[in-house]
Design a protein around this ligand. Structure first.
Ligand SMILES: *[C@@H]1O[C@H](CO)[C@@H](O)[C@H](O)[C@H]1NC(C)=O
Ligand SMILES: *[C@@H]1O[C@H](CO)[C@@H](O)[C@H](O)[C@H]1NC(C)=O
Ligand SMILES: *[C@@H]1O[C@H](CO)[C@@H](O)[C@H](O)[C@H]1NC(C)=O
Ligand SMILES: *[C@@H]1O[C@H](CO)[C@@H](O)[C@H](O)[C@H]1NC(C)=O
Ligand SMILES: *[C@@H]1O[C@H](CO)[C@@H](O)[C@H](O)[C@H]1NC(C)=O
Length: 267
C-alpha cells in the first residue's frame, strides 16, 4: 500500500510486434489536466486492459501495483537484460513525453555497476604485463591508460564480483600458483586520512576493514586486496612491488579499475 497518490501515465503504443498485439509502456510522470475523467473500482489488471483498448487513455492509480517497477520519484528506469544495462529516461514538455533509451556497454572483462542515482561504472581487474608485479603508482597509471581510475568496493554486489574475478583468475594471473590474487585498490594514506582518486565509491565508507573501522596508517601506505583469500582491505608501502613470503613470493599483480562505459543513446 502506498500512502501517496501515485500518478502514472500510460502511453498506449501500437507496435507491430511479432505477436501483432499492441503493447503498453509504464512510465512515471504526471499527466496534464484532462477535461474528462472517470473512476473505476476494478483491479489493476482489468484497468490495464481497459486503458490498452483506448488510444487516448491516461491513467491515475492510487495504489501501488505489486509489480510496479517505478515508484514516485525517479524519472528513469534501469534494467539489466542479458547482462547489459539499459536506462530509460522520461521527460516531458507540452504534453509530449520523450523516452530516451541508453545502453551502457562495458569494455571486455569489465562489468557494469550503478553507483548512486546517476553514475554507471565498468569495473574490472587489470593486470601488469611487464614486469608482472608493480607498485601503486603503476597500478594507477594502468587504470588511467584505460581512461579510468583505481577504484574500490562501493557495495556488497561489487565486492562479490571482486571476489569472483580474483578467484577465477588466481592461477592464470599469478606468477606463482598461489590460491589468491593481490591487487591495488583505491586509497593512499596520509596518516590522518585516505586520498582517493575515484570519488564515486564514497571513500572508505564501504570498505571492509579488519576490526570494522579504518586504522590510522602512516603516510606512504596504499590499500590493496588479496582475493578471495582475504576479505578485508590490506595496506602496504605504495612503492612495494614484490613482497617476500616463506614459500616464494606474492606480488601485486594489477589494479582494480573503474572505466567509463560506452553509452549508446536512442530517442
Ligand atoms: C492543472 O490545473 C490546475 C488548476 O487549474 C493548475 O493549477 C495546474 O497548474 C494545471 N496543471 C497542468 C499540468 O497544466
Ligand atoms: C528527448 O530527451 C533527450 C535527452 O534528455 C534530448 O536530448 C532530446 O532532444 C529530447 N527530444 C525531444 C524530441 O524533445
Ligand atoms: C554515497 O553517499 C551518498 C550520500 O549518502 C549516496 O546518495 C550515494 O548513493 C552513495 N554512493 C555509493 C556508491 O555508496
Ligand atoms: C581514451 O579516451 C580517448 C579520448 O576520448 C580515446 O581516443 C581512447 O581510445 C580511449 N582509450 C581507451 C583505452 O578506451
Ligand atoms: C572459488 O571458485 C571455486 C570454483 O568455482 C569455488 O568452489 C569456491 O567456492 C570459490 N571460492 C571463493 C572463496 O569464492
Amino acid at each position: 500500500m502506498c500512502n501517496y497518490l501515485l500518478r502514472f501515465l500510460f502511453l498506449s503504443i501500437l507496435t507491430k510486434a511479432s505477436v501483432e498485439e499492441p503493447s503498453m509502456i509504464l512510465i512515471s510522470g504526471q499527466p496534464g489536466n484532462f477535461t474528462f475523467s472517470q473512476t473505476f473500482d476494478i483491479s489493476w489488471e482489468e484497468c490495464i486492459l481497459k486503458c490498452l483498448a483506448d488510444d487516448m487513455c491516461a491513467l491515475l492509480q492510487n495504489q501501488c501495483p505489486a509489480f510496479n517497477p517505478l515508484a514516485l520519484g525517479p524519472n528513469y528506469l534501469t534494467q539489466t537484460i542479458s547482462g547489459r544495462l539499459f536506462k530509460t529516461t522520461v521527460s516531458s514538455s507540452n504534453h509530449i513525453y520523450n523516452l530516451t533509451y541508453s545502453l551502457f556497454i562495458c569494455p571486455k572483462n569489465t562489468k557494469h555497476f550503478q553507483r548512486g542515482e546517476t553514475t554507471v561504472v565498468c569495473i574490472g581487474l587489470f593486470f601488469f604485463e611487464q614486469p608482472l608485479c608493480n607498485n601503486q603508482a603503476e597500478a594507477s597509471a594502468l587504470c588511467k591508460a584505460h581512461n579510468g581510475t583505481l577504484t574500490g568496493r562501493a557495495n556488497s554486489d561489487e565486492y562479490d564480483y571482486m571476489q569472483d574475478i580474483s578467484n577465477s583468475s588466481k592461477y592464470t594471473s599469478n606468477p606463482d600458483s598461489y590460491n589468491y590474487l593481490t591487487y591495488w585498490i583505491d586509497g593512499m594514506s596520509t596518516d590522518t586520512e585516505f586520498l582517493f582518486e575515484d570519488l564515486t565509491h564514497n571513500g572508505s565508507t564501504n570498505y571492509p576493514w579488519s576490526g570494522g573501522t579504518p586504522q590510522s596508517i602512516p603516510t606512504g601506505y596504499c590499500l590493496h586486496h588479496s582475493g578471495p583469500h582475504d576479505s578485508n582491505v590490506l595496506h602496504s608501502p605504495c612503492d612495494l612491488s614484490i613482497c617476500c613470503e616463506e614459500k616464494g613470493y606474492v606480488c601485486s599483480r594489477g589494479a582494480l579499475c573503474q572505466v567509463p562505459p560506452l553509452i549508446e543513446t536512442y530517442y
